[in-house]
Ligand binder design. Sequence first.
Ligand SMILES: [Zn+2]
Length: 120
Amino acid sequence: MKISGMNLRKKKELMEVSRTYFLDILERMYEHVTYYNNMSPFPIYDTEYVNDLKELIEKMKETKEEYNDLPVYFCTHCKSLHIEVDEQNNDICHRCGAVNEIAKLANIEEYNNKYSKIWE
Ligand SMILES: [Zn+2]
């Protein structure tokens, strides 16, 4: 099941409820989406999504928590780590909109080994 970007935009408060984010992957995602948006005559990735991503990166830079040993959750469709939890406890992929289609790995290193190529 998927929900549209429109629905996600109405749920701005979701941005406040975050699972685990990882700065290096987020920054690579950000570079990826801004690169392709700049190459294209019109934005491929929703500009609000791109801005949200940037906000998250800034937020993460301010936190002092150690993320390297935490389990990671990612979307099984697009492998994005950008998962939000809504009011009904649904896991929503903020990139492709997939709902409750997430998988878990023990830590970011495992994720990087498997999927980091996606964001290059
Ligand atoms: Zn996804």
